[in-house]
Design a binder for this molecule. Structure first.
Ligand SMILES: CC(C)(COP(=O)(O)OP(=O)(O)OC[C@H]1O[C@@H](n2cnc3c(N)ncnc32)[C@H](O)[C@@H]1OP(=O)(O)O)[C@@H](O)C(=O)NCCC(=O)NCCS
Length: 211
């Protein structure tokens, strides 16, 4: 039997997880065409770059500038398989010590539609609230345009958004506050796509989304 558990990334214990995170990131980029920083080909050099990206984030975890939440599948033998991740960036800001950034939400294509993204976000929000980081901002949800040309970018209303932008964040009570046209290059089509931005104020959020 196996269960999915959400736990905090531990920089000392989980140092070896960088390769699993790289593979999760590659799987999400390949399956969804998601804008998750890197483009194929995922050769040795690119994987090394991606590993450095995660190791840099581990360093930030050690410095208290970020925490990561992991979704792991646990088997009877207590073996763990990584199924998902989300990061909470904790910037130093006298002007907004109550702000934090929701980043890098990814769930393995093998484990979708089981509520893992929601569980990860619930864990992140309850941690954020405990640390009095009550204004969550998400900078980097991409609206996909199915590989259309740049002139078609005007037809926003007829295009389907990414799963996170269209379903997950709205279902979790996040409010969209803007769209940036031509935000990034999609890995599968090389077309420019827009970025959608969300926030959630935990002090004002509806209790029904926090159950
Ligand atoms: C977005 C993503 C994290 C969702 O992960 P998930 O674990 O499958 O999501 P959940 O099962 O928790 O679903 C949460 C809600 O979103 C909705 N949802 C999720 N996937 C959906 C889909 N494909 N179609 C319609 N609704 C969907 C459901 O309403 C669900 O709520 P419900 O179960 O109460 O109905 C996952 O698809 C992913 O990793 N995508 C690629 C990476 C990415 O784009 N990340 C965001 C960039 S920051």
């Amino acid at each position: 039997m196996s269960t999915i558990e959400i736990r905090l990334f531990d920089p000392e214990r989980d140092e070896d997880l960088s390769q699993d995170l790289v593979q999760l990131q590659i799987d999400c980029i390949t399956a969804d065409g998601a804008l998750l920083r890197f483009h194929p080909p995922f050769d040795k050099e690119k994987r090394q770059q991606m590993q450095l990206f995660w190791e840099d984030r581990f360093r930030q975890c050690r410095q208290g500038l970020r925490v990561s939440f992991l979704a792991v599948k646990k088997t009877d033998a207590n073996k763990e398989t990584l199924c998902g991740v989300v990061d909470l960036g904790l910037p130093v800001a006298d002007t907004g010590p109550f702000r934090a950034d929701v980043e890098m939400l990814m769930v393995s294509p093998h484990h979708r539609r089981k509520g893992i993204a929601k569980k990860l976000l619930f864990a992140l929000e309850s941690y954020a609230e405990e640390k009095e980081r009550t204004l969550l901002v998400n900078l980097g949800i991409i609206k996909f345009f199915g590989g259309r040309s740049l002139t078609d970018l005007k037809q926003l209303s007829t295009d389907a958004g990414s799963t996170a932008a269209a379903h997950v964040y709205p279902a979790m009570g996040y409010t969209k506050f803007g769209t940036v046209p031509d935000y990034g290059i999609k890995p599968d089509t090389a077309k420019l796509v827009a970025g959608e931005y969300f926030y959630k104020d935990l002090r004002k959020s509806n209790a029904s989304t926090r159950a």
